[in-house]
Design a protein around this ligand. Structure first.
Ligand code: SAM
Length: 284
């Protein structure tokens, strides 16, 4: 098997197939030999696991997943990489590359058909231009996933794994926390990629919850409240909820009072319970 984290191997397989790096698709390939085995180990795979990859590149992480999982499905939008992957992954009979944009694919249908009866996990080095949309799509689609182990930009990791109610928190922090428990696993500097991107990275793991940590009768409205609260970060929750929900400030002030919150509170100080409370009071 070729060493797919060797710069010369990557360059030569790409040039043999006439493929050049496409910056717009976030094509920065890993060249640190220790990162992919560590990611695959963290994803906790066995022969009953269906590992879902996103953006296999030249297949360096895919190969590590294939060694450990029963099956690997990997979504790659760039069809120029298909002949490359055919060559680099030829020794594995448990890998299927799906030539589709992960954001447009029928993920539920594909996983139902191809991972029947298996535990399903996502393990990927994500294209950074759509990190949060991919993570939110995976979580909001309620796919039957056990966990999501992904490499993301360091700043995205800080936000995705922040504690709700802390300075680093944002609407995406609340959303991730609603669906999953998050943890940072390890840091990966930009020099670990070819070509090196402008930013550093971090591998994070989201373990999907069986039940959300707070109860709400109307999830859509809960997330509308969360988005509205964070819509104007520098302003008080009173101002941003009023603007985001199109309600007079006086009414929002009453709602905050009923929820036992100060008028001057900012969204980043609110807990999951505060958001659930606000949702219920606002609905009434
Ligand atoms: N996993 C490889 C590695 O670790 O070396 C490459 C990861 S690279 C950061 C991102 C990959 O995602 C590229 O292969 C790119 O073509 C692919 N990609 C970009 N946008 C995509 C999309 N919407 N759907 C599926 N794959 C996508």
């Amino acid at each position: 098997m070729q060493n797919l984290s060797d710069i010369n191997v990557i360059k030569s397989v790409m040039s043999r197939h006439g493929v050049t790096f496409n910056k717009g698709l976030g094509q920065n390939f890993l060249v640190d030999p220790e990162v992919c085995p560590a990611m695959a180990e963290a994803a906790d795979l066995n022969k009953n696991t269906c590992a879902v990859g996103i953006g296999p590149g030249v297949g360096v992480l895919t190969a590590e997943l294939a060694k450990r999982a029963g099956k690997v499905l990997s979504f790659e939008v760039d069809n120029r990489l298909l002949p490359v992957l055919n060559e680099t992954l030829k020794e594995f009979d448990n890998v299927e590359i799906i030539n589709q944009d992960v954001m447009k694919a029928d993920l539920k249908g594909i996983l139902q058909e191809k991972c029947k009866g298996m535990d399903i996990v996502v393990c990927a080095n994500l294209p950074y231009y759509i990190t949060s949309p991919i993570i939110m799509l995976l979580l909001e689609s309620r796919l039957p996933l056990k966990s999501i182990t992904v490499m993301v930009q360091k700043e995205a990791a800080d936000r995705l794994c922040a504690e709700v109610g802390s300075r680093d928190g944002g609407a995406v922090t609340v959303a991730v926390n609603y669906y999953a428990e998050s943890e940072k696993l390890f840091y990966v500097p930009k020099e670990s990629f070819l070509p090196p991107p402008k930013v550093n990275s971090e591998v994070i793991k989201l373990t999907v919850r069986k039940e959300p940590p707070v109860k709400t009768d109307d999830e859509d409205f809960f997330f509308k409240v969360v988005k509205a609260a964070f819509s104007q970060r520098r302003k008080t929750a009173e101002n941003s909820l009023s603007a985001g929900l199109g309600m007079p400030k006086s009414e929002i002030a009453e709602v905050l009072q009923k929820a036992d919150l100060e008028k001057t509170v900012r969204a980043e100080k609110l807990t999951m319970e505060d958001f659930a409370n606000l949702t219920e009071i606002l609905k009434k």
